[in-house]
Design a protein around this ligand. Structure first.
Ligand code: ZN
Length: 306
């Protein structure tokens, strides 16, 4: 999935000459995508967090048929490219003389990758007068430097992490608003999973666990394979993190996102000491799910963790 994603990012090209004649606000929205071998409208829509019907509307397509080399207009207005990321978390910025993506990113406390993802930019080229969307700094806008990792570190201090085993981290939503480790562990055992809770970590939403509380599951404590995706091989090497809630219907809380970023930062930066592949559950081939839900800011997390 990840090489695909990179390929995709590279191939999202800024609109050519025609686009540059548009007013800046429209120019920023004029993005074309060159169809590659193996692409379907569904795959393209998934990667850009837009929908097949929006793609069809934007390109006046009557059927789902696309061909290699075809240029598609990618609708980036509204919040389609950031999958429900709250618009209030976005601000606008007009590029002035001597600006670079690096300077703008630094001034707003975000990374160049986050800035590029929010604007679907494949290159570092920006133009004076161009209108950029500035995503909020996920960790900072969650307004807290509160350390939510104490329990995780304490639980992990007692075990030896099998660094070679873990190749991937998959994020999920629970799809229901209730739950915590104790309840899901019992439910998963009841469903015949002898190792209990299928995920390695749960992030509470203030109902059955505290808002933003990171609970450690028995499989992390025993460094056991997960049971959180259908694909057996992926389960062997994938750490599962599940945020409690149905993010098709509601947004993750700020504290849940803070907890998630703290956990991800710690996993990649400390526990595993490497940038393992990161994916939303639905991005894995053959899983047929909407998980972690359209309101989980997957594009921003990719910008941070790919
Ligand atoms: Zn899932």
């Amino acid at each position: 999935m990840h090489s695909n994603r990179r390929q995709f990012t590279r191939s999202v090209l800024l609109a050519t000459a025609g686009g540059m004649l548009l007013p800046p606000a429209l120019w920023a929205q004029a993005i074309t995508y060159n169809v590659k071998k193996g692409d379907t409208l569904g795959k393209i829509a998934l990667r850009l967090n837009t929908s097949t019907s929006e793609l069809k509307r934007a390109n006046n397509l009557k059927s789902d048929l696309i061909r290699v080399g075809q240029k598609l207009t990618i609708p980036t207005g509204g919040n389609t490219n950031l999958a429900g990321y709250k618009p209030s978390a976005m601000s606008n910025y007009i590029v002035v003389k001597d600006d670079t993506l690096g300077k703008i990113a630094q001034r707003h406390g975000i990374s160049v990758n986050e800035l590029k993802a929010a604007n679907n930019l494949s290159r570092d080229l920006i133009l004076v007068g161009q209108n950029l969307r500035i995503p909020g700094n996920v960790a900072r806008q969650t307004a807290s430097t509160e350390d939510l990792m104490a329990k995780v570190r304490a639980a992990t201090a007692r075990i030896k992490i099998q660094r070679d085993k873990w190749q991937r981290i998959v994020v999920h939503h629970s799809a229901i608003k209730y739950g915590n480790v104790e309840k899901y562990d019992a439910a998963h055992r009841h469903r015949g999973m002898q190792n209990g809770l299928a995920y390695h970590f749960l992030i509470g939403n203030g109902i059955d666990a505290d808002d933003g509380e990171i609970e450690v599951g028995p499989r992390w404590q025993k460094q056991q394979a997960g049971g959180h995706v259908k694909n057996h091989l992926i389960n062997q090497t994938a750490i599962g993190i599940c945020l409690i809630g149905n993010f098709e219907k509601t947004h993750p809380s700020k504290k849940q996102l803070t907890a998630f970023t703290q956990l991800m930062d710690w996993l990649q930066g400390v526990a595993l000491g490497k940038k393992v592949h990161f994916a939303g559950h639905r991005e894995l081939r053959g899983e047929q799910t909407v998980c972690p839900g359209k309101h989980f800011p997957l594009a921003l997390m990719h910008a941070r963790y790919d």
